[in-house]
Design a protein around this ligand. Structure first.
Ligand code: G5P
Ligand code: MG
Length: 219
């Protein structure tokens, strides 16, 4: 595998709530890469009521995808901000159109795909709590916040995501099957996809870190 400029450009794929954010935060801690999460950034815009936030709010609330033209422009601009550092993209690309647009300006080196059964996912979103400003995510019984309803680091309030309601989760899983699964094949065809299966993030993480260790040793 050749990695351009020795600055790793990576991305993490997986169904809604498969643990992309959880595994990403472990990768960030261990390898000091920039985590660029499209969902976290969009939720931040919604919270701050920016023009973009107002434009995308209803899509997120209903579990639908934000249109490609909006997403591509937004995320390519976000990537420019971190172009001289190694990064890990999470949540983008989610359509083949987005994958093509990204590949044209920035071919990625490594793609991690998390494979978690849907029944596990449906169960776990019910107990998810997030700290919006940082994107830190908790799950009661898995990584329970130290103080109920409060972020461990800032002590600020945690919220439940509107798109974690059962009908929105169902919609997100349907869209994932129809629209996002072809993105997996896009990267499989390029020979850079690596899959990690498991029912928990603790089961998946040792496999991910062993793989990334082998990549970083080659840099
Ligand atoms: P997001 O924000 O990208 P999703 O749906 O892809 O949203 P999500 O929900 O953020 O993904 P995740 O990051 O894969 O999930 O998973 P996570 O947050 O780490 O873990 C889920 C929960 O499980 C957490 O509570 C965590 O603590 C817990 N957990 C993790 N591991 C375990 C475990 O082993 N055991 C247990 N018990 N719990 C565990 O996108 C949101 C929306 O933004 C728009 C769309 O509207 C989308 O629906 N959007 C885009 N639209 C178009 N194009 C794009 N590229 C877009 N990107 C975002
Ligand atoms: Mg996430």
């Amino acid at each position: 595998m050749t990695i351009k400029n020795k600055i790793l450009k990576s991305l993490i794929l997986g169904a809604p709530a498969s643990g992309k954010g959880t595994i990403s935060s472990r990768i960030v801690m261990k390898y000091s890469v920039e985590h660029v999460s499209s969902g976290d950034k969009l939720r931040d815009h919604i919270e701050k009521k920016t023009e973009l936030g107002k434009e995308v709010k209803s899509y997120l609330d209903e579990g639908k995808l934000v249109p490609d033209n909006v997403m591509i422009k937004f995320m390519l601009a976000e990537l420019k901000k971190v172009q001289n550092r190694p990064w890990l993209l999470d949540g983008f690309p989610r359509t083949v159109g987005q994958a093509n647009a990204l590949w044209k300006v920035q071919p990625v080196d490594v793609v991690l795909n998390l494979v978690v059964p849907f029944e596990v996912i449906i169960d776990r979103v019910k107990s998810r709590w997030v700290h919006l400003p940082s994107g830190r995510v908790y799950n009661i019984g898995f990584n329970t916040p130290k103080s109920e309803g409060k972020d461990d680091v800032t002590g600020e309030d945690l919220i439940q995501r509107p798109d974690d309601k059962p009908e929105a989760v169902q919609k997100r899983l349907e869209i994932y099957e129809q629209v996002t699964r072809p993105v997996i094949n896009f990267y499989k065809d390029k020979g850079i996809l690596k899959e990690f299966e498991g029912r928990t993030s603790d089961e998946i993480w040792p496999k991910v870190t062993a793989y990334l260790d082998s990549i970083f040793q080659k840099l």
